[in-house]
Each structure stands twice: as structure tokens, then as C-alpha cells.
Design a protein around this ligand. Structure first.
Ligand code: SF4
Ligand code: SF4
Length: 322
């Protein structure tokens, strides 16, 4: 695999984006043009900005889907309508077995043998998220994502008044956590991560009723408000890594167009994984059109805030999709 293709994977696992990747002729041409014709660029930027309205379009769609999926779990259990049975960890949709990729992996590691229903569920879910975009699970389905987005709004409001500041950690910590939880499953024969995963705790609490484990989730949210913005998803949760791997192969992604970008960086400010948007930094894009890195959750926040339409949902190698 070429260095250009490998770099986004290295970055997802915790490395810094490389500054010495080969740049295509088309991208070089645009970089040169941007350095030379400042007057023309200002006019182009003004024309693009004039039609921009920050609408939260993708965020609203995403929240609606996330609430609908989780509500379907609740209604299926409470009304016994058997459409989506179980919880996010393992479920059945109209009789088809589904399983969260990470949980299924942990269960198989813990039991040290292949469980047929789990394999069927895992393969089905892998194919589904492969088509839908890998970490799309995080921002379109995971209930903790929604709560941590709300906690982030509180964090940013407090930070703007200088009441809190964001403590950052090394992103490679999440990859280390993935390995640690896998080893713990093998050694203990118990899915240790499942007992502390806010995704599973919240899903079960919504469906079967609240329990003491919710105090742990509250503690995490408080930590994110006061100490470190989006800390669980950024530095710990192994589910993000597992779905990120599906995202490497997924055709659906956010697509970046160098020509439309004026490097203002609004996208990186709202992004959970700003390292996936390394190409928006001036002079860094290696192609005129390129997919955002596989760690991207396809949340659409960057698409909503980009004032010049440089980011949009698309299919890798094809034209604009949405
Ligand atoms: S990283 Fe984990 S907790 Fe965060 S949104 Fe993804 S699955 Fe949910
Ligand atoms: S790159 Fe855009 S779509 Fe992907 S996670 Fe960041 S803000 Fe969301």
C-alpha cells in the first residue's frame, strides 16, 4: 500500500499526519494558484461565502436518526412488537441477528471460540457499516455521542468564560485501550469493556430501565465538561477504532475539494477527530479532491459549518452525493 493511503490509517491509530507525502500535479497547480492570485481568490471566496447559511442541517438529521433508532429498541421491548429486539450490544432486527462489532469481538475473545450466531450478526453488521461509512455508528446511533455533544456545548460555554480549559492527551491512548481491553477479555474470559462502556450502559438503561451504572456515565460526562472535551470518544473508546477499520474500506465519506477551501479552519473547530481533516491546512492537501480520514464519524458538522462548500458527503472516486 502507498504511503498516501497508509497515512490516514496511521493517523487514526494515533500518529501525527505526515508532512512529506507526494502531491499530485492537480493539487500542486491549485496550491501554486492560491499563492499567486490573491485578488481573484478574495472575489471567489466572497462569492462562495455570500450564499452560506449555517443551518445545522446534518446535525438535525443525525439527531433524528439517533433518537429514532434508540426509540425503536425501547418500543420493541416495551410494546413487545419484536422489530428491533435486544440492545445496541446484540440485537435482532426483524429476526436477523445483529451485533455491535466491538462487543462481538470481545465476546469471542473472552469465550475463545467462534459463536455461530455472533459471527452471523458480526458479518451482517460489518457489511452494513462498511456500506454506511464505518464510524457512522458513533454519530448516528450511539446514545453516548449525543450526550457528549451536549456536554461539549456546556464545556465550550464555560471555556469561553475561562472557567474551564481543555486538557488533551495523546490520541494513541485509544489504540492502547483497544489492545488492553482485548487482552483483558482473553485473560479474564469476561467482557470487561462491556461493563464500563457508556454505549451499552445507556442503551440497556433506555430499554430495561435505569441502574447504578448510570452514575459512571454521569461521571464521564462531568469529566468531559470540566477537564477534557469529548475525552471518552477521543482517548478511550475502542468501539471507535473497530468501526474506524470498517471506515477505511467504506465508499461513503466526507469529500474535500481543495479548490473551494480557503483554510479558515472552522471545520476543525467543530470536529470530534480534527486529525481526520489534516488536509485542510494550507499546503497540505495531496489531491485536488480527497476523502476525509477513516476516523471520521460522518457526523456532517464540518459540512454544516464550511462557508465555502469545500466539504460534502460523497462516494470515494465519484461525484458529490448529497
Ligand atoms: S467512540 Fe464510543 S462512545 Fe464515542 S460515539 Fe463512538 S461508540 Fe459511542
Ligand atoms: S470530519 Fe466532518 S464529518 Fe467527519 S467527524 Fe469531523 S466534523 Fe464530523
Amino acid at each position: 500500500m502507498s504511503r498516501s493511503r497508509l497515512d490516514p490509517i496511521r493517523v487514526m491509530l494515533g500518529a501525527e499526519p505526515s508532512k512529506t507525502l507526494p502531491v499530485s500535479e492537480a493539487a500542486q497547480g491549485i496550491h501554486v494558484l492560491k499563492r499567486q492570485s490573491t485578488k481573484q481568490l478574495s472575489a471567489q471566496r466572497e462569492a462562495l461565502h455570500s450564499g452560506f447559511r449555517n443551518s445545522h442541517k446534518w446535525r438535525n438529521r443525525r439527531w433524528a436518526v439517533l433518537l429514532a433508532v434508540n426509540l425503536l429498541f425501547v418500543l420493541s421491548f416495551r410494546l413487545d412488537i419484536q422489530i428491533l429486539e435486544g440492545s445496541l450490544t446484540a440485537s435482532r432486527f426483524l429476526g436477523f441477528h445483529l451485533a455491535d462489532l466491538n462487543s462481538a469481538l470481545q465476546v469471542m475473545l473472552a469465550h475463545k471460540h467462534i459463536i455461530v450466531n455472533l459471527v452471523i450478526g458480526t458479518v451482517t453488521v460489518f457489511m452494513l457499516w462498511l456500506v454506511l461509512g464505518g464510524r457512522t455508528f458513533c454519530s448516528w446511533v450511539c446514545p453516548y455521542h449525543l450526550l457528549s455533544e451536549l456536554a461539549e456545548i456546556v464545556h465550550l460555554a464555560l471555556a469561553s468564560r475561562k472557567l474551564v480549559s481543555d486538557q488533551t492527551f495523546h490520541r494513541g491512548l485509544r489504540t492502547v485501550c483497544w489492545v488492553v481491553f482485548a487482552v483483558l477479555a482473553i485473560v479474564t474470559g469476561y467482557t470487561v469493556f462491556e461493563s464500563i462502556s457508556p454505549t451499552g450502559i445507556l442503551s440497556r438503561a433506555l430499554i430495561y430501565g435505569p441502574g447504578l451504572a448510570l452514575l459512571w456515565v454521569l461521571g464521564l460526562l462531568l469529566f468531559e465538561v470540566v477537564v477534557s472535551r469529548r475525552a471518552w470518544c477521543r482517548y478511550v473508546c475502542p468501539i471507535g477504532v473497530t468501526y474506524g477499520v470498517a471506515g477505511i474500506l467504506s465508499p461513503v465519506s466526507v469529500v474535500y475539494r481543495l479548490e473551494n477551501c480557503f483554510h479558515e479552519g472552522d471545520c476543525k473547530k467543530v470536529c470530534l477527530v480534527p486529525h481526520a481533516l489534516a488536509m485542510v491546512v494550507k499546503g497540505r492537501a495531496t489531491e485536488a479532491t480527497m476523502a476525509v480520514g477513516p476516523d471520521c464519524t460522518r457526523c456532517g458538522m464540518c459540512v454544516d459549518v464550511c462557508p465555502s462548500g469545500a466539504l460534502s458527503f460523497g462516494v470515494k472516486g465519484l461525484h458529490r452525493l448529497l
